[in-house]
Structures are given as C-alpha cells and as structure tokens.
Design a protein around this ligand. Structure first.
Ligand SMILES: Cc1ncc(COP(=O)(O)O)c(C=O)c1O
Length: 408
C-alpha cells in the first residue's frame, strides 16, 4: 500500500520496513533533557529506526529508505530540482564540500555573525578561496545595505556565504532579503546558506528565494542523531561544479563521486563510493516523514511552533531580567536562545545546577562576548508541547538562578 504525500510522492509505508518504523514506540531511557542547540531530543520512533538490524547498503529493502530520504530532503528545503547529498559526516563536511564549486583564488563574501562564520571561512580558505567578511558587532547582523555596499565595492564574488543562524550568538539572518540584494547586485554569485542550525526550525524557501546551496546536518532541526551531512545544491551550482577548470582538491567530499550515488539511490538502485550510514538513513527517513506528515501546511506549522516556543523562552528569560545576546528579536533565532549570564553567577555553575534538575543546557562558544549560555528549542521539544520540555527548561532555569542567589 502507498500513501500519497503532499509533495506528490508515493511512499511505501506498509512494506515490512514501513510497518516497523511507524509502529515502534519504545520509551526513552531516563536521561537529562538535552536542551542544547544540537544535538536535540530525538523522537522514540526515530531512535527505534536506528536499531534496524545489520542491513546491507545494497539490500532491496534499503533502497527506498535512502531514495525517499533524498526526495523528502528536497521537500523540507522547498526545492523541486535541487540535488541533495546525504553523506556520512557532520555539518562541517558541508563546508568542505564547497571545494566542489570553488577554485584556487576565487573570492567569497562571508556574511559573518559569529564563530561559525569564522570557521566556515577557515574551511573555504583551506581550499584556496579569498574570503572577505562583512561582520556586525556581537549579537547583531549585517544589514542588506552593508551587503549591497560590499558587493558594489568588490565585484565578482564567486560565492556569498551566509550563516542562517550562527549557533554561537543565536543571531538569525534574513536570508530572503539578503538573497534578493545579492541577486540584484551580483547575479553571478552563488548564494550559499549554512543552515545547520536552521533547517527544520527556520523558514527557508530554496527555490523561491533563489538559494544555490544549503548546508545542514542531522542533529538539529532534522531531529536525527549526529552523523549525517546534508547538502542541497541548485542546478546552477551543479553547472558551476561541472564547468570548473581545475581538479577538485577533495577526495571524500567530491561530488563527482557522490552525484552518481545519489542519483542511483533516488532511482531505487545502489551504487557504492563509500559506505552509507544505513541506520542513520533509516532514522532520517522516519524523521522526515514526521516533519512532512501534513505536507507544506505541516511544514509551516512546524516553523510557527518554533517561533512560539522561542517567544516563550525569550519572554521568560527577559522576565527574569536577563539579557539576550541577539540585539533584536527579529534578528534572533527561533530554534535557540543565547543569554548573557548574570555577572554574579558563573556559567558552569548554572549549567551544573540545571543538570542536577535533569536539564542540559550549553555554555557559550569562544567569541568576544561576556559570559553567556545557550538553550536549544528545536524539534519534538517544540512541536510536541505535551512533552512539556519548554516548561521544564524554563522552570529549571528559574529555580537554578534562585539557588545561585540571583537577584535581577
Ligand atoms: C551554524 C553551524 N554551522 C556548522 C556547524 C558544524 O556542524 P558539525 O558540528 O555537525 O560539524 C555547526 C555546529 O553546531 C553550526 O551550528
């Protein structure tokens, strides 16, 4: 039997594979609630899918699992013809894959809102790119005018790279507005979005906004344990890759190796370059089916749920007299919240107090900012409010601060 999904794809749900994936609900082992900006809390059915017994990566049962995951990835980023690459690795592998479209000496503009912008640039420089940065002060984001000025000042950027949400600052870039300016001022530039902390939790319309590449990973808004690099490339980006004149200085991340593999699995056949992470792909298949269960409406409801939960967390921390790292709410991520730690409290003490209450939050990353901490609110923690994760994190923060004698 097949179920017709909103994207028009017919997916096998009642094969032996489908039945098992959708009927299992093993309760989670007792653990600290993982409220960091990735890895996030994982759905029981996603984790159950990971315990698929040893399965050959060329087994006929596995082919649709991988093939459907490729098709559903397209739907999640909202593209018809973009080419997904699902490869064992972490989000960082997506940065390295930019070596497929960049050649020695190519210039790139980095819209930099924190630590991950710096590291993305470092990766591009490893492959010979000349990276220019447009930075804003910690917590704020460059304006469209700043980007326009940078594109007028220096012509011929091969790529403009933007971190959708920089997980170090919790700053959200307005990709739609930035892409519009880039398209007008520098139509040849490839628009590359680091969506590692955004895909699945922030609004993204790959085709409509004219994005060329989106990079993400499994462990955040996609709700799957870490270990999968997810990259989607437009046909324009693939043309740039195909027409390059120099050799690609990357072996594992080389699209010449991966493109035929992705095409094969999408056609429900197998092709080997390097062993795919079979169990993670089972998990991704389940998670993407959950994300897309109600088609495009479900997807936009999901983004709204992230906005709502984010509003609750941000209002609660501000209500406690704490200051957000992002300087404006419209420039703040919906999947995470970065907050300055009150001067009278040490961040590690706060993290420990929260951990004792069963909630894991994260400290800050090495950026030039006063001490701060981060709370993640993505995936099942926000789309299944009956789990009460948001309530739990807010209450634990409140009582931990009290215990540490915080006075606003
Ligand atoms: C925005 C952003 N980009 C890239 C990365 C790197 O991803 P990974 O740690 O999966 O390699 C991260 C990790 O948190 C991130 O938040």
């Amino acid at each position: 039997m097949h179920r017709r999904l909103a994207g028009g794809l017919s997916r096998t749900l009642c094969s032996s594979v489908g039945k098992r994936l959708f009927s299992t609900r093993t309760p989670l082992a007792k653990h600290k609630l993982c409220m960091i900006p990735g890895p996030i809390e994982f759905h029981e059915d996603v984790l159950a899918a990971m315990s698929t017994p040893a399965t050959s990566h060329v087994d006929p049962d596995f082919l649709p699992v991988f093939g459907e995951a490729i098709e559903m990835t397209r739907e999640v980023v909202r593209t018809d013809k973009g080419q997904p690459f699902l490869v064992a690795g972490s989000g960082t592998l997506g940065w390295d894959m930019m070596s497929n479209v960049l050649e020695e000496g190519d210039s790139t503009l980095m819209v930099n809102t924190g630590y991950f912008g710096d590291r993305f640039a470092e990766s591009l420089e490893t492959y010979g790119a000349n990276v220019h940065h447009v930075k804003a002060s910690i917590g704020s984001r460059p304006s469209t005018k700043d980007i326009e000025a940078a594109l007028v000042e220096h012509k011929g950027y091969k790529m403009v790279a933007i971190t959708h949400v920089d997980t170090s600052t919790g700053v959200l870039n307005d990709i739609q507005a930035l892409a519009q300016v880039i398209r007008q001022r520098s139509p040849e530039s490839l628009i590359v979005v680091d969506g590692v902390c955004a895909v699945g939790s922030e609004e993204l319309a790959f085709d409509d906004w004219g994005i060329d590449i989106v990079i993400t990973a499994s462990q955040k808004g996609l709700g799957v344990p870490p270990g999968l690099s997810v990259v989607v490339a437009s046909q324009r980006a693939l043309d740039v890759f195909k027409k390059r004149s120099s050799r690609i200085r990357n072996y594992y991340g080389n699209w010449n190796k991966w493109l035929p593999v992705m095409e094969a699995y999408e056609a429900r056949s197998a092709l080997y370059f390097a062993t795919p992470p079979v169990q993670l792909l089972y998990a991704l298949n389940v998670s993407l089916k959950q994300i897309l269960a109600n088609g495009p409406t479900g997807l936009s409801e999901r983004i709204d749920a992230h906005r709502k939960a984010s509003g609750q967390v941000k209002a609660a921390v501000q209500g406690l007299g704490l200051k957000l790292v992002p300087t404006s709410l419209e420039g703040a991520a919906n999947g995470m919240t970065a907050v300055y730690t009150p001067p009278s409290i040490k961040t590690p003490d706060l993290i420990e107090a929260m951990a004792k209450k069963g909630v894991q939050i994260a400290g800050g990353l090495p950026i030039k900012a006063e001490p701060y901490f981060r709370i993640g609110h993505m995936g099942i923690s926000v789309v299944e409010p009956e789990r009460k994760h948001i309530q739990h994190v807010i209450e634990s923060l409140h009582s931990s601060l009290n215990e540490l004698n915080y006075r606003s």
